[in-house]
Design a protein around this ligand. Structure first.
Ligand SMILES: Cc1cc2nc3c(=O)[nH]c(=O)nc-3n(C[C@H](O)[C@H](O)[C@H](O)COP(=O)(O)OP(=O)(O)OC[C@H]3O[C@@H](n4cnc5c(N)ncnc54)[C@H](O)[C@@H]3O)c2cc1C
Length: 404
């Protein structure tokens, strides 16, 4: 084969991390991303990165970008703590569901990062590789092994390998693995950022400043708070970036989420149509009788950042035959956010698939052997993480179990 042409559908954390690794090693890779630009939409909140995620980022990023990543991270001070609605501690969750999958409890490195800041970092150096405003709608496979990638504007692009990294609603996965379904877990969230300044910090008790704190009542209505306080916000590497990057990478905030089972939440149509002000007022009404410090977390929501979320999960399917169209990240193992490991698992895909594609490019492996080895490994750790997240989400968020 002449130089292998690799197309990645979707420039989220998984796709961009893989693209960095391949691009740094001189492979021919292109990312097709539907968003019009890197800042086209509010691309997310604070996420927790464990050593699985940091290993993948370390392997992918050139040293300067790695340092920039570290300079924009926070290092949380404790584990996940559970409370009831009166802010009285609840026993820790049952950890047996998560043994052996590298969740935060077992891992020394706890980092938190703003997802959109990380995405900006992942874009640096990949400007020639990423095409924005390019929605991938599907593909055609030819007998000679070529894949024709179909774009929303009617254009087509030829590739030797197509990788679906286009998230939970992946168009490529729908075609490649039509047997895979996405289950509604029957829980809804309203998420927002709480700015952390001296003034707001003084209004919240210190016991809420853990990696993650979650308070819930007996109906599994819950409030969570996960702070992101940068350890090195004044780093010269951050200050070198443009104003929008600096603003985002230096402001401290907490991710706050109001959760409820869907049957107790406002109807979906209303939830999707509600203004951020209405969503905030609704969450405040629902927790009005709770401990004042918990109510305060909602009062402090930055209204511009309020968004409704539906909790969904991919449902694992049995092994499939590898081909030159593969899947990674939320496109194949979107999971309950209960453990905060979806992105870490997506980054692990980038590490494992990247390693296999580099071996193929060196001539050490045949293409389908490399993709098959990645898919087999991914089904192991990816589904284990997905099932553990579903199990903990059932206990703590009260969402539905995964369908069999
Ligand atoms: C509230 C919340 C908190 C979370 N916290 C954590 C956490 O603490 N730790 C953690 O590990 N995980 C966390 N997660 C999960 C994490 O955000 C996801 O698992 C992760 O973002 C998945 O990355 P991805 O690249 O696979 O998919 P995505 O991030 O969904 O990226 C997909 C990309 O593809 C693009 N795209 C979509 N369709 C197309 C198309 N047809 N053509 C081209 N491009 C397309 C999208 O615009 C997007 O850029 C959290 C999730 C939520 C909702």
């Amino acid at each position: 084969m002449s130089k292998m042409r690799i197309i990645i559908a979707g420039g989220g954390l998984a796709g961009m991390t893989l693209a960095h690794r391949l691009h740094r090693h001189g492979l021919d890779v292109a990312v097709y991303e539907r968003d019009a630009g890197i800042a086209a939409r509010e691309a997310g909140y604070r996420i927790h990165i464990n050593s699985t995620g940091t290993s993948a980022l370390h392997a992918a990023l050139e040293p300067r970008l790695w340092k920039l990543f570290l300079a924009t991270c926070g290092m949380p001070n404790d584990d996940m703590l559970l409370f009831d609605e009166h802010l009285d501690p609840r026993p820790s969750r049952d950890k047996s569901a998560t043994e052996g999958i590298g969740v935060p409890d077992d891992i020394p490195e706890h980092l938190v990062v703003c997802r959109s800041t990380l995405r900006r970092i992942l874009f640096l150096g990949l400007e020639p590789v990423v095409r924005f405003g390019a929605r991938v709608t599907g593909y055609r496979s030819a007998p000679d092994g070529t894949v024709t990638v179909l774009l929303g504007n009617g254009e087509t692009v030829e590739a030797d390998v197509l990788i679906a990294a286009d998230g939970i609603n992946s168009a490529v996965r729908a075609q490649r693995l039509p047997q895979m379904t996405v289950a509604d877990l029957g829980a809804r969230s309203i998420a927002a950022k709480v700015p952390i300044t001296n003034a707001t910090r003084s209004r919240l008790p210190g016991q809420l400043f853990n990696t993650f704190s979650m308070a819930y009542d007996d109906d599994r209505t819950g409030l969570t708070l996960g702070p992101l306080e940068r350890t090195d916000p004044g780093s010269p590497l951050v200050l070198e970036q443009d104003r929008a990057f600096q603003d985002e990478a230096t402001k401290n905030y907490a991710l706050s989420i109001f959760n409820s089972v869907a049957s107790r939440m406002m109807p979906d149509a209303e939830l999707c149509a509600a203004t951020p002000e209405r969503l905030k007022a609704y969450a405040l009404e629902r927790v009005a009788s709770w401990h004042p410090a918990l109510v305060e977390t909602v009062r402090l929501w930055d209204t511009a950042t309020v968004q409704p979320l539906t909790l969904r999960s991919c449902v694992p399917v049995t092994a499939w035959e590898p081909s030159n169209v593969t899947v990674m990240g939320d496109a194949v193992h979107a999971m309950s956010p209960a453990l905060g490991i979806g992105a870490n698992t997506a980054l692990r895909d980038a590490l494992v698939l990247g390693g296999e594609l580099l071996a193929v490019a060196r001539g050490d492996k045949a293409l389908l052997d490399g993709i098959g080895a990645y898919e087999e490994a991914m089904r192991g750790y990816g589904y284990q993480a997905l099932r553990a997240s579903a199990s903990v989400g059932e206990q703590v968020i009260g969402h539905l179990p995964l369908p069999e």
